[in-house]
Write a protein that binds this ligand. Structure first.
Ligand code: AMP
Length: 420
């Protein structure tokens, strides 16, 4: 027997209903906020991720699925969504448009991580990327969109943890302060952090191993190193969030794992599910340097990504799970071949009118069909028999009250819709 690869999941049955539900809410919200769906390849040139996510990042160093295709091209399964979207924006010269671009995506990502609860090797993220504006109103919109989607999914007690890394000058000043603070403590940090100290010291703050050490807890904070402009910018973002009534907490420990962030960085958690780092539902930030870094113009970008697998895990714990259940509304029953022809036609007609309808596909016979209708919890049963059909009539039974009525063939759809 061949099993699925480690860290991957099959989604079927009731769980797939939850996926449909989440996808529906996401795409509806994205459309109301006027975001355009973008689909980019699941694999890209490996270099794209080295230059965007950062060659020194954990993701690129340890977690990417890299391979060569038959033409000896070095390719990587995408570990995140931003790089592909920005690559597409540059390649298609979308920056030439006199407008900002607001994209959303929803797709699978791949990271070779140690699988555990809430951490998979193939997982799904939805996210947005807004390209072409540095206005803090966009930061507030992106953060509130993420928040409002989770709220629309009935996930409660949400809190945005927000921080600012500032512009290049502020980041540099901070980096210097961090380096001189960390230097004397270097051999108390994990091996990876000692390496990070040389390549990208900011990443030390993201370390999962040293996260709880006093050294990191007492490290200098980015917001204390913001220059005037960056500080004012951050305050404006917070003011807009206040106006939008988004719950947030300024958390100087949020630096995010990727190389490309500047200014606003954020994560979103549900305080009801806050015991572990796995409770982070999503996060994002501004990346004003990335577009140029990938050979595009000097432009601006900000985005977020949210993990659907973790959202589903939370929804499964909630009562809401039951409401999402798909219910067969009508079950059509027949025995003879002649009745079957009518059944085929009636089922098609009801389905095309938006009524969730099922019929027998296994030649169960009437008794088996009643049983199946009960199992599916069908609300109404259409019971066909030759005698009534010849008079142009069908029997419709309410499966709860057991009341039965004869209805004209031409009025079935109207009757059903009126009685559901
Ligand atoms: P990141 O791209 O690392 O900022 O992650 C954004 C969100 O994607 C996280 O908050 C998670 O909800 C989700 N996520 C990231 N990595 C994984 C993973 N390995 N398995 C499942 N979900 C993940």
């Amino acid at each position: 027997m061949i099993n699925k690869p480690k860290g991957c999941v099959d989604i079927t049955g009731d769980e797939s209903l939850l996926w449909e539900y989440v996808n529906d809410v996401v795409s509806t919200m994205m459309r109301t906020y006027n975001y355009e769906l973008i689909r980019t390849p699941i694999f890209e040139a490996s270099e794209l991720f080295h230059r965007s996510v950062g060659a020194s990042s954990d993701i690129v160093k340890k977690e990417t699925y890299d391979f060569q295709d038959k033409g000896n091209r070095n390719l990587t399964l995408r570990p995140e969504g931003t790089a592909g979207v920005v690559r597409s924006y540059i390649e298609n010269k979308c920056y030439a448009l006199p407008d900002i671009k607001k994209y959303y995506y929803n797709g699978t990502m791949y990271r070779y991580e140690r699988p555990q609860n809430g951490r998979l090797r193939e997982f799904t993220q939805f996210g947005v990327e807004v390209l072409g504006s540095n206005d803090p109103i966009v930061d507030a919109e992106v953060i509130s969109l993420q928040y409002k989607i989770l709220e629309a999914l009935h996930i409660e007690n949400l809190e945005v943890k927000i921080n600012s890394l500032g512009d290049a000058e502020s980041r540099d000043n901070y980096k210097k302060a961090l380096v001189s603070y960390l230097e004397p403590h270097l051999n108390e940090l994990c091996e990876d952090c000692q390496e990070r100290f040389k390549t990208n010291p900011l990443r030390i703050l993201d370390c999962k191993v040293d996260a709880d050490s006093d050294i990191l807890k007492n490290a200098p904070k980015t917001i204390d190193y913001l220059n005037k402009e960056s500080k004012e910018r951050f305050e404006t973002v917070l003011k807009y969030l206040d106006l939008l009534e988004i719950d947030y907490e300024v958390n100087p420990n949020i630096v995010r794992g990727l190389d490309y962030y500047d200014h606003t960085v954020f994560e979103i958690v549900s305080l009801d599910h806050n015991e572990t780092s796995q409770s982070v539902l999503g996060g994002g930030g501004r990346y004003n340097k990335l577009i140029k870094e990938l050979d595009g113009p000097d432009s601006y970008g900000i985005g977020f990504a949210c993990g659907i697998d973790r959202i589903i895990a939370i929804l499964k714990e909630m009562d809401l799970y039951k409401d999402v259940k798909r219910q067969v509304e009508v079950y059509v029953m027949y025995v003879s071949e002649e009745e079957k022809l009518h059944a085929l036609d009636i089922v098609q007609n009801l389905r095309l009118n938006g009524v969730v309808t099922e019929t027998d596909n296994l030649g169960r016979g009437l008794k088996g069909e009643f049983k199946e209708a009960d199992r599916l919890q069908a609300k109404l049963l259409i019971i066909l028999n030759n005698e009534d059909l010849q008079k142009g009539l069908v029997n419709i039974k309410d499966n709860a009250t057991k009341e039965e009525e004869k209805v004209d063939l031409s009025e079935i759809v109207e009757y059903i819709i009126g009685n559901l």
